[in-house]
Write a protein that binds this ligand. Structure first.
Ligand code: PLP
Length: 473
């Protein structure tokens, strides 16, 4: 993120300074901030306090699926205000329920893969993971087994609480060294990053060895001790890296064969983000149904905090007799009212169909206009509107820029200065150097073109700087 000196008014400058001294920012060394003030948003852009427009090329944290369209913001704000005036808080403990909770659940059910029909609502994505991990373990305990181990993938991201962080493997060390020891019973399988295969294989002649390794781990550990496999269908935080199409069906079979629950984490990939043909969730691309699905982000277009876990009736029956403890904000009625409205808009306005069309357009344009115009981008990959651009120093050798070059942050800063925000991955903690290209699902072709124009200019300037600095001759 940019650290340049902004021309702020003295009032804003003072507030930014106060923020730097008092507020801790995630994913930022303590005592630092970006130096500017986000002020308001419109369309697919946000604006700083000085009125500078920034296209939101990554939907902030891949979460504002509806962007900032004024008509949607007004409709959703109304739903929130009505609920605030009627019943601002309502616990879901002890069987209490309310209209907003039922409305959100009913809307959610309409877009779920068939058979996933029972829900826990949570305050966010990490809490959804904690819930799914706990419920998978409870389920197997109630079946009279000793199964408790959890297998997750290298480069996965599942959250920052102790359970979800123990399953998170991207940035191992980087994010968790200071808080370790982590929770025991979490195992790591190789991931599916084909461009830099951790097993040294080449797709598709590899026979999807990374999926087979999951079965090997289950068997080495003893399947009677393994409760669940937890995975993203496309790595989000690690740089929008899709799994090959054969992968998920193979893992489903492995889980079935070994009586292990499959937890699919759709916190980032859900709610049309990976829409290829109007599908709500990434697992629907290959028709695989998990035993538990975790969700958040797009469930409210991130306008209020909320997450969910879905499971089957069969697993619910298996959990009968277990009393689940929740958190105060699990199933918050205002979040539920917002979610019900957001889910209604997704369906009513065919947002996931639009996302599929726009995803195809973006991929083609990025290939034709960007990859063709710069040696620094090797390829574009991903599902729907969750795309990753592989940035390399040398396309032939696949050499990546070292972290010390600050290449990814330089690119991010250049783009931001020109009015485009994109999230980046750096090799110091992610498996490769990647740009995460994930604008709001409501983005139009004209907006895609404008954003790609800025990205092309960004890479052009960076290449010119490399020549000027003698890095490239
Ligand atoms: N799972 C995935 C796949 C995520 O991408 C994230 C957050 O980015 C989480 C879980 C954690 O969600 P939250 O940040 O809401 O706790």
């Amino acid at each position: 993120m940019a650290f340049k000196k902004y021309n702020l008014t003295p009032e804003v400058e003072a507030k930014v300074k106060w923020d730097r001294e008092h507020m801790v920012h995630w994913v930022m060394p303590i005592g630092m901030n970006s130096g500017f003030m986000m002020d308001h948003a419109d369309g697919i852009s946000w604006y700083d306090s000085e009125g500078f427009q920034v296209f939101d090329g990554s939907s902030q944290l891949m979460c504002v699926n509806l962007g900032y369209r004024q008509d949607y913001m007004a409709e959703i704000a109304n739903a929130a205000a009505e609920q605030m005036k009627k019943l601002p808080f309502a616990t879901n403990f002890w069987g209490f329920t309310n209209e907003a909770t039922v409305a959100a659940g009913q809307e959610l059910l309409k877009i779920m893969p068939e058979g996933l029909e029972c829900f826990w609502f949570t305050p966010g994505g990490g809490e959804s993971i904690e819930t799914a991990l706990a419920m998978a373990r409870w389920y197997w305990k109630l079946q009279g087994t000793q199964k408790y181990k959890i297998v997750s993938l290298e480069n996965s991201y599942h959250g920052m609480y102790f359970g979800s962080a123990s399953a998170t493997k991207v940035g191992r060390g980087h994010f968790t060294n200071g808080m370790s020891p982590m929770v025991p019973g979490f195992l790591t399988a190789p991931d599916y990053y084909c461009y830099r295969c951790p097993l040294g294989h080449t797709y598709p002649s590899c026979g999807i060895e990374c999926a087979k390794q999951i079965e090997r781990i289950i068997q080495i550990e003893d399947k009677d001790t393994v409760a669940a496999v937890l995975l993203e269908v496309e790595h989000g935080t690690a740089g929008c890296i899709p799994s090959p199409p054969e992968y998920l069906p193979m893992v489903r079979e492995i889980c079935d064969r070994n009586e292990v629950s499959l937890i699919i984490d759709e916190v980032m990939t859900g709610f049309g983000r990976c829409s290829e043909n109007g599908n709500s969730f990434a697992c629907q691309i290959t028709g695989v149904r998990p035993d538990f699905m975790t969700m958040a982000k797009g469930i409210t277009s991130a306008y209020l905090p909320m997450g969910a876990v879905a499971t089957t009736r069969e697993i619910m029956d298996g959990l009968e007799g277990h009393v689940t403890s929740g958190a105060t904000y699990s199933t918050h009625p205002v979040s539920c009212a917002v979610s019900a409205k957001v889910l209604e808009i997704y369906r009513r306005d065919n947002i996931f169909e639009h996302a599929a069309k726009m995803g195809r357009y973006m991929k083609a344009q990025l290939h034709e206009r960007l990859v063709e115009s710069t040696p620094l981008v090797e390829h574009v990959s991903g599902n729907g509107m969750l795309l990753g651009l592989e940035v390399v120093k040398d396309r032939t050798t696949k050499e990546a820029y070292p972290h010390e070059s600050r290449k990814m942050f330089r690119l991010q800063e250049r783009a931001l200065d020109k009015g485009l925000y994109v999230r980046v991955c750096d090799q110091s903690w992610a498996p490769g150097n990647r740009i995460m290209w994930c604008p709001p699902l409501v983005t139009t072709e004209t907006e895609v073109d404008a954003m790609i124009d800025i990205l092309i200019e960004t890479f052009k300037d960076e290449l010119a700087a490399e020549y000027a600095e003698g890095i490239r001759i």
